[in-house]
Write a protein that binds this ligand. Structure first.
Ligand code: T3D
Length: 271
């Protein structure tokens, strides 16, 4: 008997200086099961360790970006004796490490939200550094519809991005909002015509991959820290990071290129 070929749940395509990671369970709108979590973590391990990879693009296969947790792994018979699943364990093991990783990865992460982003799928997209979304895409904090709360950082990220009134509306009503509304509210960087999404996302990622990688990593670090730091703490952090940025070869090259009126050639190398 010939076994059915197993479609990988994560696809990684390497380009010059950057990598494209595709969530690949299109028949389930790229919702997460354990296999996809494990393969995504492995892909990000490789990207993190690869000095030549200086930016990441995340997207989804098919008509959706990601519908969050695969709920077919969570079904219990109404009259059965099966104990409830420990959702805290899944979050601790898979979702929280993924969000921490996206936020702290020392290279920019662009996301191309190619279609609906629901539940954890929406908040994973919002944890990326630059969010581009197809105009046909929708963002849905779907959790309340099944008795859950926004996870994957949603309760932290949403009020900071869109303010408490909108965060509460999104979380409590679980209604879809369009990419254009998300852009207008400041939740994402840009809504893009569907036909242009991947071309624009790839060009943006390639551009970021050619920039001063260490400096970009320090910008991410400073902005993340600003979510909890006082102004005094942030000023101190800016001083320390600027000191380090000033020691990088890319800073020296950036200044030289400016003075010589030519494009800079950044290498992304550390201090
Ligand atoms: O559990 C834990 O570990 C805790 C962590 C939780 C994190 C979470 O993300 S909880 C939230 C889970 N996600 C949702 O509640 C969203 C569920 N999906 C939807 O509400 C809708 O599918 C969408 C609004 C996203 C899209 O709607 P629509 O009409 O465009 O598509 P559809 O027909 O509903 O879905 C297409 C197929 O994908 C369909 O399968 P079928 O009928 O063609 O065989 C549908 O069942 C499947 N699908 C969509 N989302 C999921 C899913 N299958 C499993 N799990 C899903 N989340």
């Amino acid at each position: 008997m010939v076994e059915a070929a197993h479609e990988p749940s994560i696809l990684v395509t390497h380009h010059a200086g950057w990598a494209e990671v595709t969530l690949n369970r299109p028949d389930r709108l790229n919702s997460f099961n354990v296999d996809m979590h494990l393969h995504l973590a492995k892909a990000l391990d490789g990207i993190e360790a690869d000095e030549d990879c200086r930016a990441v693009l995340l997207t989804g296969a098919g008509r959706g970006f990601c519908a969050g947790q695969d709920l077919s792994d969570r079904v219990r018979p109404a009259d059965g004796d099966a104990p409830p699943p420990d959702l805290g364990a899944t979050i601790e093991t898979y979702y929280n490490p993924l969000i921490r990783r996206l936020k702290t990865l020392r290279k920019p992460v662009v996301v191309a939200v190619n279609g609906v982003a629901a539940g954890a799928g929406a908040n994973i997209a919002l944890a990326c550094d630059i969010v581009l979304a197809a105009k046909s895409a929708k963002f849905i904090q779907a959790f309340a519809k099944i008795g859950l709360i926004p996870d994957s950082g949603g309760t932290h990220t949403l009020p900071r991005l869109v303010g408490m009134a909108r965060a509460k509306g999104l979380a409590l009503l679980a209604e879809p909002i369009s990419a254009e509304t998300a852009e207008r509210w400041g939740m994402i960087w840009k809504a893009v015509d569907d036909a242009d999404l991947m071309t624009e996302a790839r060009a943006l990622t390639a551009h970021l991959a050619s920039q001063p990688t260490q400096g970009l990593a320090m910008i991410k670090e400073a902005l993340l820290a600003s979510e909890t730091n006082s102004l005094d703490e942030q000023l101190d952090l800016e001083r320390d990071l600027q000191r380090r940025a000033g020691r990088t070869p890319d800073y020296a090259e950036g200044v030289r290129a400016f003075m010589e009126k030519r494009p800079a050639h950044f290498t992304g190398k550390p201090e």
